[in-house]
Design a protein around this ligand. Structure first.
Ligand code: GLN
Length: 483
């Protein structure tokens, strides 16, 4: 039962092969048995899950249908869930029970999903290894000594280990696509504004976007259908009609123009990954796509620009955690300053503190023009590069990451080495574009992802290309041994 995709579960439930309650019990038992190996969950919500499963079964018995009615999922632990701990993997919020549901959580619940729990992640979504969590590092089911990627590493590891079919995630600089690549999953980061950010604990508000990790593009389409849409509670949510993503999966790729940026194949890229990316290009050519070399000349400036803008926004967003209103408060504060200092000093982990300091520095009066303003200018150049490229091509294709998943601990003492691994993913966030990573092969037994980028609101095109690729390849069907 645990090998089924969301699409297969929907068919099984519709054909009364099993009930949502039965499936939920099987998966909860599997999580309890196997999760200690990978640490992908922060909280299990068994009671809620069984209640939602029974309600979904009752709705089906009353003649209701729906692709997600009775489907078990989990939420990354930065989506607010009413009455349930929402920790953002931080000691700061270990005792925080959200008073309301995030829009994404509410929309998916209304569609009939069953919440099995809250998944582990990098603290406040800052990282690319899921090793900075207050609840301990997440492990990659493909090799337990390696990271699963981050920050949505718990969602990715859980789905890869077949503990559940799909999970929500967020992507500020790659946190959906990179863990999807490291664990052999399909991960979709929608256009900025496509999915509501209301009720998501903010990291960098102008970059954060919610999406999903699943095994197939078909499943990502099912999830996005109910996640997307205008939300008056989010001032950056865009009022744009939501197309039928599942109906668009079968479009022909005949004549589709795929751009491959020459800058993607520089010195930092593992040559074995380059080869797998070329194989995926050949596969898409067989399906009728036309390949064109393109250029994204400002790509080299993306990492420095991102690592100014993201920390700057984080330093502002995280100022709300002051020991007074939310979460952790230090013991016996001597006065108000001591309360602020010690609550924040004890509640935040070291990577979060580093980012707050970098961000506050970049925003300070004396350095604002030199760093923050400059970074915003680079951001515009990067967006302009994409706009020019999308005049010539329909999709941009390349590697999701320059290297496969590294060993746990390998980059812990050198944050810049980890930042450099984000080179292919962060440009989509800086420009606000949708992106998808899908399985493209293996290097030393570790999964490799190919990334597709599309113009604004063309999530349907990404899902269509990925689905056609997955109908003709079997990388995405591979399962890690032991799971
Ligand atoms: N690795 C990037 C960072 O640390 C991206 C994280 C994310 O997308 N949440 O900021």
């Amino acid at each position: 039962m645990h090998h089924m995709t969301l699409a297969e579960i929907a068919r099984g439930l519709a054909d009364k092969m099993f009930s949502s309650e039965e499936l939920t019990k099987v998966l909860l038992a599997r999580i309890i048995q196997l999760d200690p190996q990978i640490n992908s969950f922060i909280s299990l919500t068994e009671e809620l899950a069984l209640k939602q499963a029974k309600a979904a079964d009752a709705r089906r018995a009353n003649g209701e249908s729906g692709a997600l009615l009775g489907a078990p999922i989990a939420h990354k632990d930065l989506f607010c869930t009413r009455g349930i701990r929402t920790s953002s993997a931080s000691k700061m919020l270990d005792n925080f029970k959200a008073p309301y549901d995030a829009t994404v959580v509410a929309k998916l619940a209304a569609a009939g999903t069953v919440t099995l729990g809250k998944t582990n992640m990098d603290e406040f979504a800052m990282g690319s290894a899921s090793d900075s969590s207050w609840y301990g590092a997440v492990k990659n089911p493909w090799n337990l000594e390696h990271v699963p990627g981050g920050s949505s590493g718990g969602s990715a590891a859980a789905v890869a280990a077949r503990l559940l079919p799909a999970a929500t995630a967020t992507d500020t600089g790659g946190s959906i696509r990179q863990p999807a690549a490291f664990t052999n999953l399909t991960g979709l980061k929608p256009t900025y504004g496509r999915v509501s950010r209301w009720g998501i604990i903010a990291y960098a508000s102008s970059l954060d976007q919610a999406g999903a990790v699943a095994r197939t593009a078909e499943d990502c389409a099912i999830l996005l259908q109910d996640m997307a849409g205008f939300d008056p509670n989010d001032s950056t949510s865009i009022d744009e009609p939501v197309p039928d993503y599942s109906a668009g999966l079968n479009g022909s790729l005949q004549g589709l123009r795929i751009g491959v940026p020459k800058e993607y194949f520089g010195a930092g890229l593992d040559p074995r990954i380059a080869e797998l990316i070329h194989d995926s290009v050949k596969e898409l050519e067989k399906l009728g796509a036309v390949i064109k070399q393109i250029s994204l000349p400002n790509m080299q400036h993306a990492i420095p620009a991102y690592y100014v803008i993201a920390p700057a926004e984080a330093s502002s967003n995280l100022s709300r955690f002051d020991g007074v209103r939310f979460g952790y408060r230090c013991e016996e504060p001597k006065n108000l300053t001591d309360l602020y200092k010690r609550s924040r000093g004890e509640g935040f982990g070291s990577e979060v503190q580093r980012r707050i300091m970098v961000g506050a520095y970049a925003l300070s009066a004396g350095y604002y023009d030199a760093y923050y303003l400059k970074a915003q200018k680079i951001r515009r150049l990067i967006k302009n590069d994409f706009m020019a490229a999308f005049n010539e091509v329909d999709i941009i294709l390349g590697p999701t990451t320059p290297n496969p998943a590294w060993k746990i601990g390998d980059k812990s003492s050198d944050p810049v080495a980890a930042y450099l691994e984000d080179v292919y993913t962060i440009t989509a966030n800086l420009a606000g574009l949708p992106g998808l990573s899908m399985p493209a092969g293996f290097v030393d037994g570790l999964p490799v992802g190919v990334q597709l980028l599309a113009p604004y609101f063309q999530e349907g095109r990404l899902l269509n290309v990925a689905h056609q690729y997955q109908l003709n390849t079997d990388w995405h069907t591979r399962t890690p041994t032991g799971f």
